[in-house]
Design a protein around this ligand. Structure first.
Ligand SMILES: *Cc1c(COP(=O)(O)O)cnc(C)c1O
Length: 402
């Protein structure tokens, strides 16, 4: 496909579809040429409360006219309030605010290593991670994710990450050594292809961590803030982490993130040992609080869970109609994956042809991540467009065979 911007001044690291959007409302986006698209990608699970939510817009305007940033040299009342609300709604006692998923994971890794160090275990710095994981694109987080395609050409892999197969507790036991500090895992792998992690595996990890003095870190950058029908996905398993990272949906589209922890896990992070200029600024904190106003409102998460069930029922019917394309429905709440027989990029392109936005992932899976404010009628419309995309693909496959 020819680039719409042959003279673009943006580094060409992204394979962009040939469409640009002018504005959005709820689950809908309107392109610069006036076409309406159903947004079931939510900017990769980011626009959790939909586009241009009145409460988010009002908050942005109000805080934007008042105060954006003062730095972490001063008190931040909005941040104190946001941190308290996050702690009260979770396992955590303390929150460190950051600006992206990768940066929240960097904070989590540093926090775990430093906790070991302050307890006299400076030799414990290694982190166990899992095949198919994705933790971001910084030098340390590509080492944590362990994927060759993200590591290649960027020099020596950052030391201290050991990768094991997902779901194999014996392999975890065997991989824990005297230098191990922590285990880092997504409770549901997102980029890896909406790969579910059995609760028994998470319980096993918790036991190993308790027995061996390791910290358990959940990367909930994608699964958090209501995406799976609970505030955080760990609640489904009942397994509490020591440290948890949140990003994507937390600001409803405003770039921000957080690293949550128990007071015990955060013991090593004392004054001056870690920091960020932008993290937790007044504008981000006001917007984070606005996200929580919506997501933690009574009944909101229950509704996400119910809609997720309904959606997966409709998708099971879709799979029955298109068994040659769809192999499996995966997911929890409104984090859904279709395991396909064709490359997910091809499927997403066909959906784009029906003006439906989806997100390709690994393991031959296309992700469906609608804004959490999606309605039943919009789900029905999404399934209708998926059906049309499948029909178009089947027609193309039939032509290719004959
Ligand atoms: C997207 C993602 C990240 C990286 O977040 P960035 O904001 O792109 O740095 C890390 N972990 C998980 C599970 C993600 O889905």
């Amino acid at each position: 496909m020819d680039s719409p911007h042959p003279t673009s001044a943006i580094v060409p690291t992204y394979a962009r579809a040939n469409v640009a959007f002018d504005h959005g409302e709820g689950c809908w986006l309107v392109s610069t040429d006036g076409e309406r698209y159903l947004d079931f990608g939510a900017g990769i699970a980011v626009t959790s409360v939909g586009h241009a939510h009145p409460h988010m817009v009002e908050t942005l305007n109000r805080q934007g006219a008042k105060l954006w940033h003062v730095s972490n040299l001063y008190q931040t009342p909005e941040g104190e309030r946001f941190a308290r609300r996050l702690a009260d709604a979770t396992f955590a006692d303390l929150v460190f605010f950051t600006n992206s998923g990768a940066e929240a994971n960097e904070a989590a890794i540093k926090m775990a290593r430093r906790r070991q160090w302050i307890d006299g275990h400076g030799e414990r710095y290694r982190v166990l991670t899992f095949e198919g994981a994705f933790h971001g694109r910084t030098l340390a987080t590509i080492a944590a994710g362990g994927q060759k395609k993200y590591l290649e050409g960027f020099g020596p892999k950052v030391e201290g990450f050991d990768q094991i197969p997902l779901g194999d507790l014996d392999a975890v036991e065997a991989a824990v050594g005297p230098e191990t500090a922590a285990i880092l895992i997504e409770p549901i792998q997102g980029e890896g292809g909406v790969r579910m992690v059995p609760p028994s595996f998470l319980r096993g990890l918790r036991e190993i961590c308790d027995l061996r003095g390791l910290l358990l870190i959940f990367d909930e950058v994608q699964t958090g803030i209501g995406r799976t029908g609970r505030f955080f996905a760990y609640e489904h398993s009942g397994v509490r982490p020591d440290i948890l990272t949140s990003a994507k949906g937390i600001g409803g589209g405003f770039p921000m993130s957080a690293c949550l922890a128990t007071a015990d896990a955060a013991r090593g992070l004392t004054a001056g040992v870690h920091g960020t200029t932008f993290g937790g600024n007044a504008l981000a904190m006001a917007i984070g609080n606005a996200t929580l106003d919506i997501v933690l409102a009574p009944g909101f998460l229950e509704r996400v869970a119910e809609l997720g069930l309904l959606f997966r029922q409709r998708l099971a019917e879709l799979k029955d109609r298109h068994p040659k394309l769809i192999e499996e429905i995966r997911g929890e709440g409104l984090m859904v994956g279709l395991k396909l027989t064709i490359p997910p990029g091809e499927f997403a392109e066909a959906a784009l042809g029906q003006k439906l936005l989806l997100i390709p992932a690994g393991d031959n899976v296309v992700r469906i991540l609608p804004p959490l404010v999606v309605t039943e009628a919009e789900i029905a419309e999404g399934v209708r467009r998926l059906d049309a995309a499948c029909a178009a693909l089947e027609q193309r496959l039939a032509v290719a065979v004959n």
